[in-house]
Every structure is written in structure tokens, then in C-alpha cells.
Ligand binder design. Structure first.
Ligand SMILES: Cc1cc2nc3c(=O)[nH]c(=O)nc-3n(C[C@H](O)[C@H](O)[C@H](O)COP(=O)(O)O)c2cc1C
Ligand code: SF4
Length: 483
């Protein structure tokens, strides 16, 4: 999307149905997701609210966050990306050990109570590779860069002196301008310096990256087993956005160990992970995935790849396929020194969470064509796997028209549900005019980027100083959506 193409879009007019119309609407009909029946085809996809402890445990704030969504009785609520490993991951929720079970059980119970048993609760299971903050220049050249003769040669070819002494060359590099360093450092070293060190699935020289195909299936399988034992109705394998499994599916995956290169090789580990999960949890447990209909980045996977993967997943017996778009590190903006790259800052990030500042197509239902193409292909194979779409849905008509056209089987809404967690219920009751409408300007996403507790700016419009409500750590924002 070129800057000159960007316009600010108005929110579409909303015409809300009566309670009777809503009762008959496609969006409010039940759907079977494998062994699980959802009461309606409304869905809240995963959203990380940064409310877990530093050890990845459920907190009362995590419980309040999900119970608040559950009060609006969506058909399905998906718990945020939750780490499958037992390693420190900051305040990211985790499911990599049995000690997380008591907290997760409380979360399940709270959602059951708040939704009066009407919402099906899934948990999104994620693996990710190491990413570090962008280093200070002095530190990078003093400590992190491995000096080689390639640096000396590159310096000499630019007429610079290149001392043999390591301390001296480090000091000299630290003095050079970025425009010169760009030529002296290898592409990878430049990325490490300018964006922060980030591992990729192509780094098979690192033993822990080479061994991912052996390590990940049992890790995901154990996580899914815990999810089942904690009482979740299903798991969503996170094969989307910037993380390990999406990187295996990416066309940029060039591994030469049978898990990269061709589409067949790229889908191999995701299928092996699913098979391991299925083996552990059995056929009577709901297991689906979230994948990318388009990675958006240069050299990345496109819809034809996503169609191929989805057909494979459907054939393998996944219970749903949720389609997202973009959200990659490769085109993320350069972070400030001391911050890590964030995968929703570049063009692919915009496609993942489109805002009202968009090209002529606008943000509303922007990614539906991807789920439509995937659904068509899966149906052509004679498979009924439900397909979930998301991206810029904030009105009843849009959701209903997607289902009417057969572009998806389920319509998810993340930010609109954050703005007003009661909106599904309000529509069902014929009270749509009371919906607090998301304005799609991504204040919430800005908080996510800073790993601050995620809230919606609209909640605070109803907030008066002195109200006795729970506040965010900075004391300025309402922590839970008002009624
Ligand atoms: C604060 C925030 C956190 C998110 N966290 C996740 C996540 O953990 N996993 C995921 O698959 N998508 C995540 N997303 C993306 C949403 O699930 C959704 O795909 C995206 O916001 C587009 O849908 P929408 O237009 O209905 O908001 C997040 C979005 C937001 C706004
Ligand atoms: S902060 Fe803005 S974009 Fe996010 S949910 Fe609220 S209104 Fe929507």
C-alpha cells in the first residue's frame, strides 16, 4: 500500500436486526467444529492482553479479561497465544508444564460461569524463536559482533584502515556511520545490529533450530493434553503470523532437511505436529489451526500456498481452519534501541489488523477473499472443515453477508469484541443500536506493541476519576470493559 493511496475511511452505517431477525440470522446458527458444537458462528479470536505473571501464570486480571468476553456469550472464545515450552517468556501465558494447570482451570471455570456454559473455549498454542532487543551501537561492536577477515577486507576495499587488533577494529567499527556499516556488515549482521538478533527456522547451524522437527511435535502434544485436562473445549495450533510454525509454512523456509523448500516439505512439520497432537488427545477433542492466507512479505507464501496447506490440514482431520493475514517480522519497522521488532508495524502488520487509514479497499472485511478461496478449495475436495475469517468486522450486515455468500463458515471479530464485549448479545437481543463501535484506529495494538496491558480507548470515555474500577498499571486506564 503506497502512502499516496491511503485514505481515511468512515465506519460503515450499521443497520441492526431485531431479536427475531437475529434469531434467524446465519451468524447466530450453531456449528459443529469436529466434536464440539458452538451455539453460534460468532467467534473472538486470540488477543494477547499482557496480563499473565512474568512466569506465564494466569492472574486474576487474565481471568477478568476472559470472563468479561464470556459474558457476551460468543460462540467461541480463543485464549491468547500461549507458550508450549517451559522456558521464561516474559508475561506471555504458558502451558508448557503441569504447574500451569491450576491457573488455567480457574480460567476455564470463570468462562463457563460467565457465559452460563454457552461459550466454547479454545486455547491458542504457540512456539516462537529467540528474538532480542535492538542493541546499543557501542555494545554491539564491543561485544556481540564476531569479527572476521571479511570485515577487514570490506573496510580495506573502502579505503579504511582495518587493524588486526580486535579491540582496535571494534572501536573503529563503532565510529562508522550506518551508511558505511551497511556495506561492511553481512546482511545478517546488519539485521542483528539494526533490528536486534532474531533466529529463523533457516538457522539450521544452531542445534536447537535444527532439532525443531523432533522437539516440537511432543511439545505441542503435551500442551494440547494439558489444555484438555484443564477443561478447554479445544486447541488452536498457531501456524500464523511471525512465529515458528508459520515460518515452516513460509516460502522463505529454505531448510534442506526435508522440512523446507517445496510446499510438501514446508507443510510436513505442521502436519507432524498435528498428528502428534491428535494421537495424544484423541479424535473426540477439537483441534484446529490458525494460518495465513497470505504472508504479504516479499518472497513469502501467497493464497495458492495457503490453499494447498489448508487442503492438507482438512484432509488430515483438523476440526477448523482459521484464516489470518500478514503480521510478519520481515517487514516490521526498525525498533528503537532497547526495543524488539514488533511484527505488526509494517505493511504485513497492517493487513493483519487493518485500520481506517487504508487504501481504497478499506479495512472492513478486507481479508475475506482469502477464507473464501480456501473454503472453495476445501469444499471441492469434498471436505466440510469449517473455515473462520477475521479482519475488520464490526457490523452485523458484514458478518451476515460473508456467511450468505459462503465466504466462510464462522465470522470472527477481535477489536470490535474488545471495544464492546457484549456486542453479540446486544445484537441477539435486538439491541444493536447500543453497541459501542470499534473505530479501528489501533490504540489497543499500540499497547500490545509496548507489552502494556491491552485496553480499548473507548472504555475510558465512560470513565470518570474516582470511579471505583480496576485500573491498568499506569493508573490511567480502565482495565475491564464497562457495561
Ligand atoms: C491486542 C491484540 C492482540 C492480538 N493477539 C493475537 C494473538 O495472540 N494471536 C493471534 O492469532 N492473533 C492475535 N491478534 C490478531 C487478532 O486475532 C485478529 O486477527 C486481528 O485483530 C484482526 O481482526 P479484527 O479486525 O477483528 O480485530 C491480536 C490482535 C490484537 C488487537
Ligand atoms: S482501541 Fe480502538 S481499535 Fe482497539 S478495540 Fe478500541 S476502538 Fe477498536
Amino acid at each position: 500500500m503506497r502512502k499516496s493511496e491511503i485514505v481515511r475511511h468512515e465506519l460503515p452505517e450499521a443497520v441492526w436486526p431485531t431479536a427475531e431477525e437475529a434469531r434467524r440470522a446465519r451468524w447466530f446458527q450453531p456449528i459443529d467444529l469436529g466434536p464440539v458444537r458452538a451455539r453460534t458462528r460468532t467467534w473472538i479470536p486470540a488477543m494477547v492482553p499482557w496480563r499473565a505473571t512474568e512466569d506465564g501464570d494466569v492472574t486474576p486480571d487474565v481471568i477478568d479479561w476472559y470472563a468479561r468476553f464470556a459474558r457476551g456469550k460468543p460462540g467461541v472464545l480463543v485464549v491468547e497465544a500461549t507458550g508450549v515450552r517451559d522456558i521464561p517468556s516474559g508475561p506471555l501465558l504458558r502451558i508448557g508444564h503441569d504447574r500451569f494447570l491450576p491457573g488455567l482451570r480457574k480460567l476455564v471455570d470463570a468462562v463457563r460461569d460467565a457465559s452460563e456454559g454457552q461459550t466454547r473455549l479454545f486455547i491458542q498454542c504457540i512456539d516462537f524463536l529467540t528474538i532480542r532487543r535492538r542493541p546499543e551501537k557501542a555494545k554491539f561492536f564491543a561485544r556481540f559482533l564476531a569479527i572476521t577477515d571479511a570485515h577487514r577486507d570490506a573496510m580495506k576495499s573502502r579505503g579504511l584502515t582495518a587493524p588486526e587488533d580486535e579491540d582496535a577494529i571494534r572501536a573503529q567499527l563503532a565510529e562508522l556511520d550506518d551508511s558505511v556499516l551497511r556495506d561492511i556488515l553481512s546482511e545478517r549482521e546488519w539485521q542483528d545490529y539494526a533490528y536486534g538478533y532474531r533466529e529463523s527456522v533457516n538457522d539450521t547451524h544452531l542445534p536447537h533450530v535444527a532439532s525443531l522437527p523432533e522437539v516440537l511435535p511432543p511439545l505441542f502434544a503435551a500442551a494440547a493434553t494439558r489444555a484438555r485436562s484443564a477443561g478447554f473445549d479445544g486447541v488452536e495450533l498457531h501456524y500464523a503470523h511471525a512465529y515458528t510454525m508459520a515460518s515452516f509454512l513460509s516460502r522463505r523456509n529454505m531448510r534442506e532437511d526435508g522440512y523446507g523448500g517445496s510446499p510438501e516439505a514446508r507443510v510436513r512439520l505442521p502436519l507432524e505436529v498435528f498428528a502428534a497432537v491428535r494421537r495424544e488427545v484423541g479424535d473426540d477433542y477439537c483441534v484446529g489451526t490458525r494460518l495465513l492466507g497470505d504472508e504479504v512479505i516479499e518472497g513469502g507464501s501467497r493464497i495458492q500456498d495457503a490453499i494447498y496447506y489448508s487442503r492438507e490440514f482438512a484432509r488430515a482431520g483438523m476440526d477448523f481452519i482459521s484464516v489470518s493475514k500478514g503480521g510478519k517480522f520481515e517487514d516490521a519497522k526498525q525498533p528503537q534501541v532497547g526495543s524488539a521488532a514488533y511484527p505488526y508495524t509494517g505493511p504485513s502488520g497492517h493487513e493483519c489488523m487493518p485500520t481506517v487509514r487504508s487504501d481504497a479497499r478499506g479495512p472492513f472485511g478486507r481479508n475475506v477473499h482469502l477464507s473464501a478461496d480456501i473454503r472453495k478449495a476445501v469444499r471441492t475436495d469434498g471436505l466440510e472443515t469449517p473455515i473462520v475469517t477475521a479482519g475488520g468486522v464490526g457490523t452485523f450486515e458484514l458478518a451476515e453477508s460473508i456467511l450468505e455468500r459462503g465466504d466462510a463458515d464462522v465470522v470472527a471479530a477481535a477489536r470490535q469484541s474488545l471495544a464492546d464485549p457484549d456486542w453479540f448479545l446486544k445484537i441477539e437481543r435486538g439491541e444493536g443500536a447500543a453497541v459501542r463501535r470499534c473505530i479501528f484506529t489501533n490504540y489497543c495494538e499500540g499497547l500490545d506493541q509496548k507489552h502494556k496491558q491491552v485496553t480499548c480507548q473507548l472504555w475510558d470515555r465512560l470513565f470518570a476519576d474516582g470511579d471505583n474500577v480496576a485500573l491498568s498499571h499506569d493508573g490511567k486506564r480502565r482495565l475491564v470493559a464497562p457495561d
